[in-house]
Structure formats: structure tokens, C-alpha cells
Design a protein around this ligand. Structure first.
Ligand code: ADP
Ligand code: SF4
Ligand code: MG
Length: 512
């Protein structure tokens, strides 16, 4: 991955506020019966307030269904808000009709998530990228064709692609076409809704880099929406975290990563693997949220996160925490924020749901643990029966979502191809070491009690793994670091084989 880090300069508070959003609400009515009476509403966005300054990149992150796309469509006025206010360059655009929005469309553009469905298959690339000129009645210097071809070149395509059709392009190339279309009229604000989540991992970096370069070249302001913090980490100046229609934290990128204040942000961050070879062997804790996101039709009372938060107290269930600036340019909505004074009165009794809210998993790089074991002469079988429920990454309730849980088999696959059966054994050994490690280090979160009772089904498994580790000979050990390399940096292996091709890539990588 060659994602360059964002310009080191902190966002400048003096920059012009390009977009101002106040109390933005969007409720989608649910209607039933012959008379189509409204019986409920999906509270997709429920009171967002934030600014976007000229030239900055605001990253918006949150789990699927938390209202990110709805927010993107509201600020680009593709949707009419239920209430609240949207200002663009000081002009209230909240309720402008289509005709009055038309001139503003030049300045505010959107890049969509799915490059497969967002391009009309019957139109040529020239028609698609040239459409904004036609719609706006703009005649660029040198003509539309020349300008479009220039734009295609700028986004890494060829001017000869002008007469081709979308089906002739790969996912990454289609997204480049979408970007060319959005940037054709040189807008001021670009809202990119999950611009890379439908693409292969290797292509994601290229498209993110392209957006970054174009921002510098064209002086663009971005709102980039993602469900994955690793995508926006490199390009954002500030990051907003959304949960169930609300903004729960908004901070400078560095502040958010170094000292997240909202428990939800902390959980999101801890789930992101750090692909840094220097950190190999470093032990880290992962917070795995157990429950699903509640329905936005009937969201939880008080703090909407209280049904999944390990710090939730009585007040969290009844009183909505205000979105406060607790540190310079760091806003958070939480009664008991991390790294800041408690906002709640003396009410520290945890809710019962809080005690069951998360699993905390201690993760060490598999290969290092395996190597350590080789030196020690194998994992201790006695450790196995002590494994508490939820302490193993592979067996926790949300195991399939933990990066480590999915990394181990990947490591096995990749190494198998490279080194044959030797590597498989090494990967097995690494897995065994991981199981033994997890068994040895049951972790408890603040305020969370990890059950002490051993889980009968887990014990023999862990013992088996320990056996596997014990049984292998020392000659096979050197293969382990290879497994770890692939496990830690999955992109590296994929990047080597994947490339953008002009061949159609039917159905490839529809992530969501
Ligand atoms: N047009 C719509 N009508 C009804 N509900 C909608 C509509 N669009 C989105 N929603 C609902 O609003 C919620 C937020 O959706 P969305 O903004 O797409 O979330 P995200 O982009 O974060 O995944 C979801 O529960 C979704 O089902
Ligand atoms: S501590 Fe309370 S207010 Fe803060 S996130 Fe948890 S439930 Fe919400
Ligand atoms: Mg979305």
C-alpha cells in the first residue's frame, strides 16, 4: 500500500466555512393500510450539526445503517431534510427546489459507492463524463470532448476510452470514470459515499491516492464517507463518528486516533488492524462489540449506544448526552467520556447490559508467538482448560468480524501456495500458539467482568492446538514469519497479483 499520509498541517480554523449543517434531521415515514397512514418512521439522521471548511477532508465513519449515506444525500440536496438547516457558502440551501439548486450543482458533487450501478450502461464514457456540461449548459474552452478527454487522463484513464462503454472497464476504472464525472465542472465540495468499498483492496489504495492527488491539484473540499476507519485514516483532516443517526464524536484525525473519547470510537479503532511490520509481536487489545446496531425505527432511549456500551450507567439509559466540546476542537456526546472528566452526576452503577456488552481479546502476532513457543518447547497444555468464555478470538460471539480471526486462515492459504505443506504446518503451529496465548491472557475491560467458568467445548480444542505446536520439529519453524507477514499485511499479497484491467470484471468485489 502506498497511501501517502495526509498533509501534516492541522486543519486551519481560519479557513472559510464552506458547508454548515445545523440540527439536520431525516425521518423516512413508514406507511401502512389503504389510507397509507404513517405508522412509524425510520430515524435515519437525527440532529446532525457540523461545519466543513474549505480545502479540508472530513471523514465520516460508522457501521452500516447508521445514516451516513442519508447524511451525504442531504448535504448535497439529493434528499429533502425533515428539519434542520444546510448552508453552502453562507446561502441557505435547505429547501431550494430543483431549478434553484441547478447552479449549485456545479459546486457540489457526489461520488457514489457502487461504480457498477452508477454509470448508465447504454452511454459511452464520453457521454457520461460530458453530461454535467450539457446539464449545466457550460461550453468549456476547447470543447467538451477535449475537456472530457483531459479529465479522463487526469484520473488515470486514456483519452481513447472516450468512445467505450462502462462494461468494458474494471471496478477501479469505473470508479475513476465516476470521479471524472463528479469533477468535470470543477466543483468546490465533493461528497464521496464509500468511494472504494465496492473495490478490491489493492485498487482501493489507488483510488484513495487519486482522490488525494486531485484534492491538491484542484483545491477540492471532501466529505468522505466510509464504514471502515482504515480507508479514511490516511486522507481525513477531521473525522466524524456516527452511530444510529447521531454524531457521537468529531475531532482532528490525530486526536481521534490518539485519544478517542467516545466508547464507540474506541471500539471501532480497536477493531482496525495496524499493518505495521514494526508492530509485529506487539500485544494489543481488541474490543469486540457483541450486539447488533438497534433499529433506527425505534432507537434506544437516552444515549443510543447504551445497549452496547460497557460503560453504560442509569443516566445513559434516560438522558441523551449533549454533543459537547470537551477539548479544543474535539466534540463528543458521552456522559462518561474516555480521557476527559466524567460528565454524569455521581451515578456509577453499571447497567446490567454493560457487563455483557463486549469481549476484550488480547492479540499477538501469530508467528511471533509460535517462534516464542519453539524456544520454550511448546505451549503449556495446562493453560488450555483455563480458557474463559470469549477469550479466544476464534470463538467469541463476533469472531467472524475480528480481523485476527480472519487473518489466520488467509495466512495459511497464502503460505500454502508459496511454500507447500511445510507452511501449512507452520500456520497450524501459529494458530496453536495463538490459542494458547489467548488462553493465558484473559482480559477484562474497565467495568466488565469476564466470566471465570471454563467453556467445556473450548478446552479440548486448545489442548489439541497445544499438541500440534508441541509435535512439530524445529526445522519447520522458519516458515512461520512468512505466514505472519501475510497475516499482518493482507493487502501486500493481493496487491502483487491484482491490477486494473480493461477486461470486464463481472460482479467483482461488491463489498456491501
Ligand atoms: N429511502 C429510504 N426509505 C426508508 N428508509 C431508508 C431510506 N434510505 C435509507 N433508509 C434507512 O435509513 C437508515 C440509514 O441508512 P443509510 O443512510 O443508507 O445508512 P449507511 O449509509 O450508514 O449504511 C437505514 O436503516 C436505512 O434502511
Ligand atoms: S458511557 Fe453512557 S453516554 Fe457514554 S457512550 Fe456509553 S452509554 Fe453512551
Ligand atoms: Mg451507505
Amino acid at each position: 500500500m502506498t497511501i501517502p499520509s495526509q498533509a501534516e498541517s492541522a486543519p486551519d480554523d481560519e479557513r472559510e466555512v464552506l458547508l454548515k449543517v445545523e440540527g439536520l434531521v431525516k425521518h423516512f415515514p413508514i406507511k401502512k393500510g389503504l389510507l397509507q397512514r404513517q405508522v412509524a418512521a425510520v430515524q435515519a439522521v437525527d440532529g446532525l450539526s457540523f461545519d466543513v471548511r474549505s480545502g479540508e477532508t472530513l471523514g465520516v465513519v460508522g457501521e452500516s445503517g447508521c445514516g451516513k449515506s442519508t447524511m451525504g444525500r442531504l448535504i448535497t440536496r439529493l434528499l429533502e431534510p425533515t428539519s434542520g438547516r444546510v448552508e453552502f457558502q453562507g446561502t441557505d440551501i435547505t429547501h431550494l427546489n430543483t431549478a434553484r439548486m441547478r447552479p449549485l450543482r456545479r459546486d457540489v458533487q457526489m461520488i457514489f459507492q457502487d461504480p457498477y450501478s452508477s454509470l448508465n450502461p447504454r452511454h459511452t464514457i464520453g457521454t457520461i463524463v460530458g453530461a454535467p456540461f450539457k446539464l449545466q449548459g457550460v461550453s468549456p474552452e476547447g470543447g467538451v470532448k477535449k475537456t472530457v478527454q483531459g479529465m479522463l487522463e487526469r484520473v488515470g484513464l486514456s483519452p481513447e476510452h472516450y468512445n467505450r462503454y462502462p462494461h468494458e472497464f474494471s471496478g477501479g476504472q469505473r470508479q475513476r470514470i465516476g470521479i471524472a464525472r463528479a469533477l468535470a465542472l470543477q466543483p468546490k465540495l465533493v461528497v464521496a459515499d464509500e468511494p472504494v468499498s465496492a473495490l478490491d483492496v489493492s485498487i482501493q489504495a489507488q483510488v484513495v491516492n487519486l482522490l488525494d492527488d486531485l484534492q491538491d491539484e484542484l483545491g477540492l473540499t471532501y466529505v468522505i464517507i466510509a464504514h471502515d476507519l482504515s480507508v479514511i485514516r490516511h486522507v481525513s483532516d477531521r473525522i466524524a463518528v456516527m452511530y444510529l443517526g447521531k454524531m457521537v464524536e468529531l475531532a482532528d484525525r490525530k486526536d481521534l486516533y490518539s485519544k478517542p473519547m467516545h466508547p464507540y470510537t474506541k471500539a471501532l479503532l480497536s477493531a482496525v488492524p495496524v499493518p505495521d511490520p514494526k508492530r509485529r509481536g506487539v500485544k494489543s487489545e481488541r474490543i469486540l462489540l457483541r450486539g447488533d446496531v438497534p433499529s433506527p425505527i425505534n432507537p434506544p432511549s437516552g444515549c443510543r449506544f447504551h445497549t452496547r456500551c460497557w460503560k453504560a450507567t442509569q443516566i445513559c439509559a434516560v438522558e441523551e448526552p449533549p454533543f459537547l466540546t470537551l477539548e479544543t476542537a474535539h466534540q463528543v456526546a458521552c456522559h462518561h467520556p474516555e480521557n476527559a472528566p466524567d460528565q454524569a452526576p455521581e451515578d456509577t452503577q453499571l447497567l446490567s447490559v454493560a457487563k455483557e456488552a463486549i469481549d476484550v481479546v488480547s492479540v499477538t502476532t501469530a508467528a511471533d508467538a509460535a517462534a516464542a513457543e519453539v524456544q520454550e518447547g511448546g505451549a503449556s497444555p495446562e493453560a488450555a482448560p483455563k480458557a474463559p468464555e470469549g477469550s479466544s478470538a476464534a470463538e467469541g460471539p463476533k469472531a467472524e468480524e475480528t480481523p485476527k480471526a480472519v487473518e489466520t486462515p488467509k495466512a495459511g492459504e497464502a503460505t500454502e501456495a508459496a511454500e507447500g505443506s511445510k507452511a501449512v504446518e507452520a500456520a497450524k503451529a501459529a494458530e496453536a500458539a495463538k490459542a494458547a496465548e489467548a488462553a493465558k491472557v484473559p482480559k477484562a475491560a474497565e467495568g466488565l467482568k469476564v466470566p471465570d467458568a471454563p467453556k467445556a467445548a473450548e478446552a479440548p480444542k486448545a489442548a489439541e492446538s497445544a499438541e500440534a505446536a508441541k509435535g512439530r520439529d524445529a526445522a519447520k519453524a522458519p516458515a512461520a514469519p512468512v505466514a505472519s507477514e501475510v497475516a499482518e499485511v493482507p493487502e501486500a499479497g493481493e496487491a502483487a497479483v491484482a491490477g486494473e484491467s480493461v477486461e470486464p470484471e463481472k460482479g467483482s468485489g461488491k463489498a456491501e
